[in-house]
Structures are given as structure tokens and as C-alpha cells.
Design a binder for this molecule. Structure first.
Ligand SMILES: NC(=O)c1ccc[n+]([C@@H]2O[C@H](COP(=O)([O-])OP(=O)(O)OC[C@H]3O[C@@H](n4cnc5c(N)ncnc54)[C@H](O)[C@@H]3O)[C@@H](O)[C@H]2O)c1
Length: 330
């Protein structure tokens, strides 16, 4: 069977997913829609898909599933429309910035029986998959402490920040999902400390660009997350998990492993610069997982519920940072 897909949104991440679909056996990008015709036309020319409008994809009988890669404030309505149209749905994170809107949307998904997967791509990164496999196989014994470092190479512009929902809902939300994925236990308390150390324009918009978050589970497992909107050396994505019997960690990726040593010291390439290159394999695995789940039927993960839980942690972190207090999540 070929799973026939429609792409709603041909921006940065839409282009990445179009490439992932092309690399997935058993998947075909049938149609692409974007408010900017040239954006849709470029992907259509590269993939052989047709350019259609959103209604033309939602209502199409030759489309089994849709990928929603439009700006965040359009996701919930599009999920509902696609669910009612009987499509399988892959939606980029976050589902919405408002938890009540997310809950209403997930109700429609439940009522229609639609299949919804949320784009927490890091669960599909080969390094993090192996890290999780080592944990599951008992290589480090019981997990005790998780450390997640996640720094973007440079802050986005003010227009992006204004629509982003803030650092925790836009950026840390990926780390909250990874924390839940690795702890295998829900956090019961959270403390976040956040500052503006990178760009004063971000402070003017009421947001933060640097943050540390500590999550604690009922059994006492601790996860610390370190975020910055700036890293001069590239996209800094590392995870370390400490357990009763040892440590498992995943390091940063570079374009090559070449190292030059001379009288000035040791020099290696900078880190892969941003998500499009750092997580190429993760996005491909993610789309392959979606396609396989559409083909096989049954439940899909990460689910809408995972999207809601990560957003609840992001909301708690926003409150914690603003009020400088521990938030009881239980
Ligand atoms: N999982 C990840 O790693 C990841 C990475 C980047 C972005 N994202 C998420 O993906 C979403 C899109 O982000 P992006 O960076 O690709 O944004 P973007 O601005 O590059 O792309 C969005 C696209 O949607 C189109 N669009 C806007 N309004 C539209 C409308 N009414 N009808 C049709 N098309 C419309 C725009 O023209 C644009 O091409 C956001 O929710 C973001 O949080 C996730």
C-alpha cells in the first residue's frame, strides 16, 4: 500500500518533511498547500506533488493523511478539520499555545477516532533512540538523573518571538517531551529560572532567551534542562542520563569527525548548525513511523496527549520563571 499525503504549509519545516516523505518507501506526497504560492510550487516541482489549496487537500479522496506544518496558531483548527475529513494527521509541535484549546481539539480527535501524531522529532533521533535502548536494556540500572542541554545557534527575529508563545512553549517543549520520554515517569514538581542574556529585544517582548528548569518525579528522579537561544559554536544538543549502575550520554554531531592538531592546539568542525541538518535522520524516522502507523492502524506515538502534557509543563515553567517559585504539578 502507498500512503498518500498532503502537506499543509511549505515553510522551513514543511520543506524538511517533504524531503522525508520522498525518502520514505510506501509514502507519496500527492499535494502541497501554502498561502505563498511560490513556496508550494517549489516543493511541488521538487517532489512531483500538485499545488492545491487547503480545502482541496482536506476534502481530497486521493489523500490518506495530512502533515500540518503551518504556523502554530493554525494547528488546532486544521487538526479538527482533518479529523472530521477522516484523514490521518501528523501535526508539528505545539498543537496550540492554550491548553484549553488543545483539550477541545483532542476531544474532536477522540470523537472522530482520528489518528494524530505530534512532531516531537527528537524521540526519533538515532542517538537518542540508542540512549533510550541502553536504558531499557538496563545498561545503567535505574534512571536517577537526566541532563538535557539544548541551545539554538542564534535567536529568532521579533516576529517569530511574538507568535512563539515564549521560550518554554516554543523551544523547551521539545526538552519537556524528551524528559518524559527518558524518565518514564511523570514529573510532579518543576522549578524554572529564566533570564534575558542574549537579546534585549526579547525582554521587550516579555520573553526569555536563557533558562534552566528542574523537574522532579514522585520517586525522586530529577531532570535538569539547560536552554539558550544562542550558541556561537552551533546547535548544541546533548543528553546525559545517570543511573544506579552507570552513565549513558549522547554527544553533539559535526559534519565530519576530522580533527586538526598543530602548535595552536586541537581544532574540530563546529557543530551542525541547526535543526534541519542536525535532525535530518530524526525527521526521516519520524515520517517513516507516521506512514507505518497509518498503514498498520492502531495507536500512534507521540500522541496528542503527549503534546498536551509537554504544553502543561511549558505553562508551569512560564509561571515558575515569572513568579520564581516551585510549581506543584500533582
Ligand atoms: N519539530 C521541529 O523541529 C520544528 C522545527 C521548526 C518548526 N516547527 C513548528 O512547525 C511550525 C511551522 O514552523 P516553520 O518554522 O516551518 O514556519 P514557516 O513560517 O517557515 O512556515 C510556515 C508556512 O505556513 C504558511 N502559511 C501561513 N499561513 C498560511 C495559511 N493561512 N494557509 C496556508 N499556508 C500558510 C507560510 O506561508 C509558510 O510557508 C510551527 O508550529 C513550529 O513550531 C517544528
Amino acid at each position: 500500500m502507498t500512503v498518500r499525503l498532503g502537506l499543509l504549509g511549505a515553510g522551513r519545516i514543511g520543506r524538511v518533511h517533504a524531503g522525508a516523505i520522498a525518502a520514505t518507501p510506501g509514502a507519496k506526497l500527492v499535494a502541497v498547500a501554502d498561502a505563498v504560492a511560490s513556496a508550494a510550487e517549489t516543493i511541488a516541482a521538487e517532489t512531483g506533488a500538485e499545488v492545491r489549496d487547503i480545502a482541496g487537500i482536506m476534502g481530497a479522496s486521493d489523500v490518506d493523511g495530512v502533515l500540518i506544518t503551518t504556523p502554530t496558531d493554525m494547528h488546532a483548527a486544521m487538526i479538527e478539520e482533518a479529523a472530521r475529513a477522516g484523514k490521518a494527521i501528523f501535526c508539528e509541535k505545539p498543537i496550540d499555545l492554550d491548553v484549553n484549546r488543545v483539550r477541545a481539539c483532542l476531544q474532536v480527535v477522540a470523537d472522530t477516532g482520528a489518528k494524530l501524531m505530534v512532531g516531537f522529532n527528537r524521540r526519533f533521533d538515532p542517538n537518542f533512540i540508542e540512549l533510550r535502548r541502553q536504558i531499557d536494556e538496563g545498561a545503567i540500572g535505574a534512571v536517577e538523573m537526566v541532563s538535557i542541554t539544548s541551545r539554538d545557534p542564534a535567536p529568532p527575529g521579533p516576529d517569530y518571538i511574538k507568535r512563539s508563545g515564549g521560550l518554554f512553549r516554543d523551544m523547551t517543549i521539545h526538552d519537556f517531551d524528551m524528559a518524559r520520554f527518558l524518565l518514564a515517569e511523570e514529573p510532579v514538581s518543576l522549578f524554572a529560572s529564566a533570564s534575558v542574556l542574549v537579546d534585549p529585544a526579547i525582554a521587550a517582548l516579555g520573553d526569555f532567551d536563557s533558562a534552566s528548569v528542574i523537574l522532579t518525579t514522585a520517586s525522586g528522579k530529577i531532570c535538569q534542562i539547560s536552554n539558550s537561544r544562542r550558541a556561537t559554536y552551533g546547535y548544541d544538543q546533548r543528553i546525559e542520563v545517570h543511573g544506579a549502575k552507570g552513565l549513558v550520554s549522547a554527544e553533539n554531531l559535526r559534519a565530519t569527525t576530522v580533527e586538526v592538531a598543530n602548535a595552536d592546539g586541537y581544532r574540530r568542525e563546529p557543530l551542525l548548525n541547526f535543526f534541519m541538518t542536525r535532525y535530518t535522520a530524526a525527521y526521516r524516522n519520524e515520517i517513516a513511523h507516521f506512514v507505518a502507523a497509518v498503514e498498520a492502524g492502531g495507536p500512534i506515538s507521540p500522541s496528542g496527549e503527549d503534546g498536551l502534557k509537554a504544553l502543561l509543563l511549558a505553562d508551569a515553567a512560564t509561571l515558575s520563571a515569572r513568579e520564581q517559585r516551585v510549581i506543584n504539578l500533582a
